[in-house]
Ligand binder design. Structure first.
Ligand code: NAI
Length: 345
């Protein structure tokens, strides 16, 4: 396969847990695709914290700021106490307000065929802004836990406009706005109202509907075929994107893009999977599909399509599957099968 003429500068973060194994796989696959990135490898996550005392070193931020493009492995976040999520900090730092999470049936013969859903999650507001504290009562310093979220009209408009524009560009037909405006009338009411306002500009081009999040969660399992593009808030998007990953074989198949006005970071939806780290059994597909999204982003759609096709053929025609997909292949064997498909393409 002919190589890309120009190497695109990008930051590479291998991440924690299974990160280094699956990122290595994606470098091999990109190489087989003739995709050229001028990688600037940087450190982040728990590993970086242990090595340097900082889970998001300054040099890493500067590298991404300069290149405005990154591929990252999962980064672990301590639960409850400890440092704030590096993923959340990256999204805030580079104003990566759109989190694009597609779910597509690559693994045929599973529970659902023909799933093809694009979920867009608002990535910077809502309950994930981190305004949390304990209120002490008597001698209990943690008697009450309080958390506050916010949505801004500007933030809601920005993500809605991004989503409808994306839907038009991709030839999509319908956007479902998912909210909980019956209970969180203000917080998610503003999100719903603003999205519906934006939708008016697309009348006749994109159909719009709204669904309450609990109903949406059920409908997704009953009949995923009714969904096309889902637009939702930060926390609902976090939860529903794992759910749609479950429709297509699990987290091992779910990529994500964090996209802002002038910076984009691509990653797997899943985390660092500490339970299987270092065993060579992780499914690298999610980060491979994230690399495909990155190829789309830099205008290399034909290579992205080749990669997606190769994944579909390997899991569905060749029957080479990692353990999470019910197979026996390790990360290396699976990656080699994809590389073979690409070399034959
Ligand atoms: P997880 O996504 O790491 O793992 C959940 C389950 O899915 C585990 O059983 C794991 O073995 C399995 N799994 C995940 N990816 C897989 C793959 N590629 N192949 C095969 N099996 C896979 O979620 P968990 O355990 O809740 O989080 C672990 C750490 O990851 C936490 O510190 C969390 O904060 C972090 N995390 C980071 C994310 C990111 O960097 N974007 C996203 C989600 C979690």
């Amino acid at each position: 396969m002919q190589k890309m003429k120009r190497a695109v500068p990008a930051t590479l973060l291998r991440g924690d847990g299974i990160g280094p194994e699956i990122v290595e796989a994606s470098l091999d696959v990109l190489d087989a695709l003739g995709a050229r990135f001028e990688w600037d490898e940087q450190d982040a996550g728990v590993g970086a914290f242990q090595r340097t005392g900082d889970p998001l070193p300054h040099a890493t931020l500067e590298s991404i700021r300069k290149r405005r493009l990154a591929l990252k492995g999962p980064l672990a976040t301590p639960v409850g106490e400890g440092f704030r999520s590096v993923n959340v900090r990256l999204r805030e730092e580079f104003k990566l307000y759109a989190n694009l999470r597609p779910a597509y049936t690559y693994v045929h013969g599973g529970r659902f065929e023909n799933v093809d859903i694009i979920l867009v999650r608002e990535n910077t507001e809502g309950y994930y802004v981190g305004f949390e504290h304990y209120i002490p009562i008597g001698d209990d310093p943690r008697a009450v836990a309080e958390g506050t979220g916010f949505n801004t009209r500007e933030g809601c408009r920005r993500i809605a406009e991004w989503t409808f524009e994306y839907a038009v560009r991709q030839g999509r037909k319908k956007v479902t706005v998912v909210h909980k405006a019956n209970i969180l009338k203000v917080l998610t009411g503003l999100f719903l109202d603003t999205a519906m306002e934006v939708a008016k500009k697309y009348q006749g081009r994109i159909e719009v509907e709204d669904k309450i999040v609990d109903n949406c969660a059920m409908q997704l399992v009953l009949n995923p075929g009714q969904f096309d593009v889902i637009l939702t808030t930060n926390m609902f998007g976090d939860i529903l994107s794992d759910e749609i990953a479950g429709l297509i074989g699990g987290l091992g198949m779910a990529p994500g893009g964090n996209i802002g006005k002038d910076c984009a970071i691509f990653e797997a939806v899943h985390g660092s999977a500490p339970d299987i780290a270092g065993q060579g059994v992780a499914n690298p597909s999610a980060v491979l599909l994230a690399a495909a999204m990155m190829l789309d982003h830099v205008g290399e759609q034909p290579r992205a399509t080749l990669l997606r096709d190769a994944i579909e053929r390997v899991v569905s025609d060749d029957g080479v599957r990692t353990r999470d997909l019910g197979g026996t292949a390790g990360t290396r064997e699976y990656t080699d099968a994809i590389v073979r498909r690409l070399r034959a393409a």
